[in-house]
Design a binder for this molecule. Structure first.
Ligand SMILES: Nc1ncnc2c1ncn2[C@@H]1O[C@H](COP(=O)(O)OP(=O)(O)O)[C@@H](O)[C@H]1O
Ligand SMILES: [Mg+2]
Length: 327
């Protein structure tokens, strides 16, 4: 018997209930992540990645709620958990690394005070010992002269170092699950890859699980075990990273890969682009969400395709590699 996934989302829908009407920002999300595994959650800006991360952390802003489905963490539904218990899990068993480290850091307190407080919030120990642990936490994310740097304020750190601190705080209590929301987007590519590799090493050595959110498929190519591709609030394709990248079945995934900056530019010097633009979630099209931009769209696509079975699955009436031509 195989072990149940550490985290399993089943048909999760996130709704904003406004007086003007309910907005389903994210619909029918089903995916999982196992212990020791890195899942890449990929999609353009506005596709619902951050909301998905917040829903797992129980941190959706009012009036956003998980209006349908379940989020099972070690078999227990996080959406039904008493707030006090969820708070105890958050920051210890579940951690999120935000896109902007200043959402985690307080500009008015020293780095040392902030890490020490984060330690003491979930662990009974002396302040001196907590400070020792804070030093070790900084060393773990590659910050040199850690002890003396504890007395610095966030503004005295570079952007990359602030992000390393936010990562160190997320990892303090050896969480079982880490959601990393584009934490390296502001950093240069070499630093990005370096941080990703470090976080992945920590995750693997502790048997934790990592959801790495990014808009850039190429960032996770060699680093995520599996990938889930989101478009307009829905997952359109998911599976083992190598399979999805080498044999994309959904035309959107294919388009994302083809428009990657890593590819050769066209004759006019520009990068190939998917025609049109992503819909706002308030105007999500009927049927397949990608239909209006898809070269293969047909009458069938006016109704929502189901998810295909198997480890590499997709929601498309005309998957690539099944007789259809390029496009
Ligand atoms: N408080 C809110 N009220 C209404 N819509 C929201 C709210 N927060 C986010 N959204 C919508 O949900 C969509 C997905 O947001 P988000 O998860 O931040 O996307 P991503 O992280 O993929 O860029 C956005 O297009 C945004 O319009
Ligand atoms: Mg986001």
């Amino acid at each position: 018997m195989t072990e149940a996934p550490l985290l399993q989302l089943n048909d999760v829908t996130i709704t904003f209930d406004y007086a003007a009407g309910a907005l389903h920002a994210v619909e029918d999300l089903t995916f999982h992540v196992n212990r020791g595994e890195v899942l890449g959650l990929v999609g353009e800006s506005g596709s619902g990645k951050t909301l998905t991360g917040f829903s797992i952390m129980g941190a959706l802003d009012d009036p956003g709620v998980v209006s349908a489905g379940e989020i099972l963490f070690k078999g227990e539904d996080l959406t039904k958990m008493p707030p006090s218990r969820l708070r105890a899990l958050r920051g210890s068993r579940l951690a999120m690394i935000m896109q902007d480290p200043m959402m985690t850091l307080n500009p008015t307190l020293t780095i040392g005070t902030q890490i020490t407080e984060a330690i003491l919030a979930h662990r009974k120990t002396t302040r001196d010992h907590a400070r020792q642990l804070a030093t070790e936490a900084l060393e773990m994310v590659g910050i040199g002269q850690a002890q003396s740097r504890l007395s610095s304020y966030p503004h005295e750190y570079s952007g990359g170092m602030r992000q390393r601190v936010a990562i160190a705080i997320a990892l303090l209590h050896e969480p079982d699950l880490i959601v990393a929301d584009e934490p390296t987007t502001a950093l240069d590519v070499t630093v990005q890859a370096q941080i990703l590799i470090e976080v992945r090493r920590l995750v693997r050595s502790k048997g934790a699980a990592l959801i790495w959110i990014t808009h850039d498929l190429s960032v996770i190519a060699g680093l995520a075990d599996r990938v889930a591709v989101m478009y307009a609030g829905r997952i359109v394709e998911q599976g083992p990273t190598r399979e999805v990248l080498t044999n994309p079945r959904h035309p959107y995934t294919y388009g994302l890969l083809k428009s990657s900056p890593e590819n050769e530019p066209l004759e006019n010097g520009k990068l190939w682009q998917i025609a049109g633009s992503a819909p706002s979630i308030a105007q999500r099209p009927e049927g397949c969400v990608f239909r209006p931009r898809c070269a293969h769209a047909s009458e069938a696509c006016l109704s929502l395709p189901g998810e295909s079975a198997g480890a590499h699955s997709y929601t498309c009436w005309h998957p690539r590699g099944s007789g259809s031509s390029d496009g």
